[in-house]
Design a binder for this molecule. Structure first.
Ligand code: FES
Length: 102
């Protein structure tokens, strides 16, 4: 992967029924917010669990996070943190929390 030109993947966000683009060096949460999607989040740093989501398909690289926000058992069950997940393929994801505006 080139540092100057990371690959860009399609990320389908099931709750929003939208597909956005997300570069491999960007979190799904940041790409979603930039696209105007009301993705639930709190800390944006892997510490609160508000952005916990189910990875329906595809692969992500999970950046360091607090295990209380996402346990190994949750990861084994297909869950991830949108604020810590960078796509490594086209992805379909569904958030499990509540949007900030509801
Ligand atoms: S927003 Fe807090 S863990 Fe993702």
């Amino acid at each position: 992967m080139s540092r100057l030109n990371p690959p860009v993947f399609k990320v389908k966000i099931g709750n929003a029924r939208k597909t956005i683009k997300c570069a491999a060096d960007r979190s799904i949460l940041h790409a979603a917010i930039a696209a105007g999607i009301d993705y639930p989040y709190g800390c944006a740093s892997g510490n609160c669990g508000a952005c916990v989501s189910h990875l329906d398909s595809g692969e992500v690289h999970l950046l360091p996070h607090n295990d209380t926000s996402l346990s190994p058992g949750q990861i084994a069950a297909g869950q991830t943190l949108a604020c810590r997940a960078q796509p490594r393929s086209d992805v379909t994801i569904t958030w499990l929390g509540r949007p900030r505006s509801s």
